[in-house]
Design a protein around this ligand. Structure first.
Ligand code: FCB
Length: 482
């Protein structure tokens, strides 16, 4: 089955004029220089030192050394021809202990970055929080306590006043689901806590931090376009059995509705509040007026999408196997009794993530139908593959090209369906520190030779440059189709 199901003659699909093409990175994944110029430790510096937490004991100490190679990376962006670049500011560079006065050297780095983008005619898209919480704040309770949201507001004020006038687009948080449920629930990510009650409290305090920061940001930068980036999924039940349908609904509740509903409907989903009721402190940390803060108007929604999800009730794994699915061990949501399935025949990336671009289209249409008609930016999409430099010195990552083509085509399908998608960011500009996977997974359209820091453009870089230049994509047949 083709992703777009199109039989049209013209294989070229033009995007609307002014569509924002970009690439994305995050501070801890690329910067390195973790002790330079007064930067304090973050929860990721700490987590990387927990034995067994990160593949191979890798750390972000050096990463892509972007801190010292910023000019070279800016030149790559200019060569690529992007309209915008999404990066994140490291809170511990700006406030080394997470509170108190600003560290001027840290701010200067981001000022140089923003100025360097402007000089090259590239709009900055700035993420304020991409997971690197200052460790001293974690020591005081991290996202499980309300004070961290208050500290976030002070930090946002400092950044907005220092470099705000040159920043086009702001993203308060990147994937608060990962910060809360992967960080405090499953413990797969920093700070590595496994406590459902804490994860739920973190979920709320992250959204609260987002809500509390909005008026501060708007006061400091009146023209700011502000949004939040969520990692959302398109959950399909493995069968029409009522237990599997209910399982898909629970997974959807945790990943999608716990974030979309408070932000766009001003309330938390009842079924989820009920489900997490036994866990403390859980959602009992919600105070009067919080949801009003969280649901203040935004200018856009950022959506990160990587893979589709087919799930069944944990009690029905055997039936799913009989139906032909592969049922990997482990549960994405530790307390939801949901098992994820793999569909035989579907291609996968090096993350073991299934490839199915039509999930992106249906997700976007659903967001428009059920939550918001605000402009949407795909703030991350991309794939890790087992790239290598061939004997001629090239990285011919045709599988990544196919993935990107298919997903950009899926974005086009959504635009055709009337969804207001205004931009698309490839994750990622550079191979980088892929969190708990360390340097074992490469997502870049630029290869990084980690021992030396040398950059090498992959075939996907050239392909994306041409896509941007032509503002169009060819129709793609799903490489993950079955
Ligand atoms: C997302 C993260 C990003 C990157 C990609 C692969 O969840 O936001 O930093 O690691 O996954």
């Amino acid at each position: 089955m083709s992703t777009n199901g199109s039989t049209e003659q013209n294989p070229i699909r033009p995007f609307p004029p002014g569509f924002h093409w970009g690439t994305a990175t995050a501070s801890y994944q690329i910067e390195g220089a973790t002790t330079a110029d007064g930067r304090g430790p973050s929860i990721w510096d700490t987590f990387c030192r927990v034995p067994g937490a990160v593949w191979n004991g890798d750390t972000g100490d050096v990463a892509c050394d972007h801190y010292h190679r910023m000019e070279e990376d800016l030149d790559l962006l200019a060569e690529l021809g992007v309209a915008t670049y999404r990066f994140s500011v490291a809170w511990p560079r700006v406030q080394p202990t997470g509170s108190g006065p600003a560290n001027q050297a840290g701010l200067d780095f981001y000022r140089r970055l923003v100025d360097g983008l402007r000089d090259r005619n590239i709009e900055p898209t700035l993420t304020l929080y991409h997971w690197d919480l200052p460790q001293p704040l974690e020591d005081q309770g991290g996202w499980c306590v309300r004070e961290t949201a208050e500290r976030f507001v002070d930090y946002v004020d400092i950044v907005a006043r220092a470099i705000g006038e040159n920043v086009e687009r702001w993203i308060t948080l990147n994937e608060p689901w990962c910060s809360s449920w992967a960080g405090y629930g499953a413990g797969r990510q920093a700070p590595g806590v496994t406590d459902i009650g804490k994860a739920a409290a973190a979920n709320h305090h992250l959204l609260l931090a987002h809500g509390m920061a909005l008026p501060i940001l708007r006061a400091a930068v009146p023209d700011a376009k502000v949004g939040i980036t969520l990692n959302l999924g398109d959950f399909q039940p493995g069968s029409q059995h009522e237990l599997d349908v209910a399982a898909a609904r629970r997974a959807d509740g945790n990943l999608n509705r716990l974030f979309l509903e408070p932000i766009f409907h001003g309330r938390y989903p009842e079924d989820m509040l009920e489900h997490y009721e036994p866990y403390q402190p859980g959602f009992s940390v919600i105070r009067e007026g919080d949801v009003e803060l969280i649901s203040q108007p935004l200018d856009f929604l950022g959506v990160n999408y990587y893979f589709p999800s087919t799930v069944v009730d944990a009690s029905r794994a055997a039936e799913a196997r009989v139906a032909g699915y592969f049922v990997p061990s482990g549960e994405q949501f530790p307390d939801l009794r949901v098992r994820s399935l793999e569909t035989p025949g579907r291609d996968k990336t090096a993350m073991d993530w299934e490839i199915e671009a039509s999930g992106l289209t249906s997700l976007l249409v659903r967001i428009r139908d059920e939550y918001t008609t605000l402009p949407i930016y795909i703030t991350e999409n991309g794939a890790a593959f087992d790239d290598y430099v061939d004997p001629n010195g090239h990285v011919l990552d045709h599988n990544r090209v196919a993935y990107l083509q298919e997903h950009i085509s899926a974005v086009h399908d959504a635009i055709d369906a009337g969804v207001d998608v205004q931009g698309y960011f490839v994750w990622s500009l550079l191979d980088n520190f892929e969190w708990a996977y360390g340097y074992s997974r490469r997502f870049g359209i630029v290869w990084v030779d980690f021992p030396t820091g040398a950059r090498l453009k992959k075939a996907s870089f050239e392909w994306y440059r041409e896509t941007i230049r032509s503002n169009s994509v060819e129709y793609a047949t799903s490489v993950g189709s079955v």
